[in-house]
Write a protein that binds this ligand. Structure first.
Ligand SMILES: [Zn+2]
Length: 439
């Protein structure tokens, strides 16, 4: 498989016609629009970085007859992973190496390691990621400049946590943590009290955050808190959501325990991440509030299957949440809660179960939870941009006016969703209309 960091003249599938080098078409035996029914013998026209026309080949307007078309088997929107962390884990920083991220130079090392993670993510068919705490937001300008290859990045920059909460690195001196928050040199930030929370939101937006990430409950990989614990007071949660809203940002809440999920929903967050204690009441509240569930089944199953050197406290919490996470997504599917694909992928070791580039594994768990393949593809394409609220671009659907982020697949994922899980089956990747991968 050859990778092309493409200028238009470098690409085999992009043919200039006359003076117009920016317009080309794709003919697909099956065209899956992301939302809605698939189309047999579909056609799509790209102009610059945008989709200009989509429809049946027989209805292609005659004005497009001079442009050159390439042929693919199956065409669908580029996939989105709405919950990632690019932190160089396992290569630049060990999973239990809590002091290393604070050391001068580590963030530079992480950035270097991420070059390959970014490329693998895009080559796996993921043209966009929402990062909920990590370094991808810092690396993104290099992608946008064309210096490295990667997906579109929509980052929260540092995630927000209470002191002693899920995002606090609980075994380093508190002042070390506070100093790192102030400089933005690590991927999480502690804040307490309404004023502190407001300031932390403003700091992330100053750094370029497109979404605000908070932890409204404890978590699995933190040490001294529990997934069932509620974190942030209702006043703090409201202040965060309102402050984000003033800058047209929505809030994503890491939330396991029910009280912490309900408090986050009451405050007006847009997405619930993990949601392992989701029950009927939570599902009904999510629908009432138009909130989106990002179940991150992949990390739960992947970590449980890994031989990572976890602290016994981490391992015990993980074992406690595996079955809960299976049950909660099943219930959410049954009750019609809107679900977006998010994996919590964070590992930079290529053969690790949750290494970057294996994001499509989440689709398998969605099917196991009762989704149809078409629903699972909507979860991976049309739904995730909505987790960004007003910051969302028109993306994730094959529709006129939407970003030309497209992938072609060697066979039909509606017949076997597993084809999406092997990057070799992703024959083509276009991002912003530019071809990055072809056979
Ligand atoms: Zn996460």
């Amino acid at each position: 498989m050859q990778i092309r960091v493409a200028l238009p003249t470098d690409t085999a599938d992009r043919y200039p016609v006359g003076d117009d080098t920016s317009c080309y078409g794709i003919l697909a035996e099956v065209l899956i629009p992301g939302r809605g029914e698939p189309l047999k013998n579909g056609a799509l026209v790209v102009k610059d970085s945008t989709i200009e026309w989509v429809g049946p080949q027989v209805e292609l307007p005659s004005e497009y007859s001079p442009i050159r078309f390439s042929r693919v088997s199956v065409l669908m929107p580029g996939m989105w992973d709405a919950h990632t962390h690019f932190e160089g884990t396992g290569v630049a920083v060990g999973i239990r190496d809590s002091m290393k991220p604070f050391m001068p130079g580590t963030s530079t090392l992480i950035g270097a390691v991420l070059v390959d993670d970014m490329r693998r993510t895009l080559m796996a068919g993921f043209t966009s990621v929402r990062e909920l705490g990590g370094y991808a937001g810092e690396v993104a300008p290099a992608i946008d400049m064309g210096r490295i290859v990667g997906p579109h990045v929509y980052s929260a920059m540092s995630l927000l946590s209470i002191t002693g909460g899920h995002g606090d690195v609980q075994d380093v001196p508190l002042q070390t943590m506070a100093d790192a928050c102030a400089t933005g040199s690590i991927s999480s930030c502690v804040c307490d009290g309404v004023d502190g929370c407001i300031k932390a939101v403003r700091q992330q937006i100053r750094r370029g955050a497109k979404v605000i990430k908070i932890c409204s409950t404890g978590g699995t990989l933190s040490l001294n808190d529990q997934p069932e614990d509620t974190q942030f007071s209702p006043e703090e949660l409201r202040a965060i959501v309102q402050e984000a809203k003033r800058s047209s940002r929505v809030v994503a809440a890491h939330a396991h325990g029910k009280p912490g999920i309900m408090a986050a929903l009451e405050a007006g967050v847009k997405s619930i991440e993990h949601g392992v204690y989701l029950d009927q009441e939570v599902a009904a509240k999510m629908k009432e509030k138009d909130a989106i569930l990002v179940p991150t089944r992949h990390i739960v199953e992947g970590l449980a299957a890994s031989d990572d050197d976890l602290d016994p406290r981490q391992r015990a919490k993980l074992e406690r949440t595996v079955q809960l996470s299976r049950d909660s997504i099943k219930l959410a599917v049954k009750m019609g809660v809107k679900i977006a694909l998010g994996t919590d992928t964070f590992n930079s070791v290529e053969d690790h179960p949750v290494a970057h580039g294996k994001n499509a594994m989440e689709l398998r768990y969605a099917i196991e939870a009762g989704m149809t393949p078409l629903q699972a593809i909507e979860m991976a394409t049309a739904n995730p941009p909505e987790t960004l609220g007003p910051q969302a671009r028109q993306s994730g659907q094959l529709k006129a006016g939407f970003d030309a982020d497209l992938i072609a697949i060697s066979s039909n994922p509606l017949e076997d969703i597993e084809v999406l899980m092997d990057p070799d089956n992703i024959t083509h990747v276009w991002k912003g209309g530019v071809l990055f991968k072809s056979p």
